[in-house]
Design a protein. Structure first.
Length: 131
């Protein structure tokens, strides 16, 4: 049996993150209630999986599907979608956000295009909006 402090240290997740995953229905709630609530080895195993998946950038809905048995856990760095095409598993990527005009944003994968090209795109959008 683990209290929230111990399960937090062992799983690598903050107390706040654990409460969040429980609240969202991804992780099961602790046993008992109030100050007497506790976590089990089963909770720890689930929280460690959630931590690993979160580090891979997997969305919550996919974690929940796997834990509910609606989808099998990916065995490699690829996951098969319904259409049968392999997709890389939720790799975290850094995106740049560019405000083109009020209500219009452009998101570009960091380092993919040079700044001069982005400026040209911004100018072209500004000209289009002037019409």
């Amino acid at each position: 049996m683990y209290n929230i402090e111990n399960i937090s240290k062992l799983s690598g997740l903050s107390r706040r993150a654990i409460h969040y995953y429980v609240q969202r229905g991804v992780a099961p709630p602790p046993e008992g209630s109030g100050r007497g609530s506790y976590y089990t080895d089963e909770h720890l195993a689930i929280l460690q999986k959630i931590k690993r998946w979160n580090d891979q950038g997997m969305p919550l809905f996919r974690m929940k599907e796997i834990l509910e048995g609606k989808m099998s856990e990916p065995e490699t760095n690829y996951i098969k979608e319904e259409i049968g095409q392999p997709h890389e598993i939720y790799e975290r990527q850094l995106w740049q956000r560019h405000l083109m005009a009020p209500g219009l944003e452009l998101h570009i994968l960091d380092g993919l295009y040079p700044g001069a090209l982005i400026q040209e795109i911004h100018s072209a959008v500004a000209k289009l909006l002037e019409k």
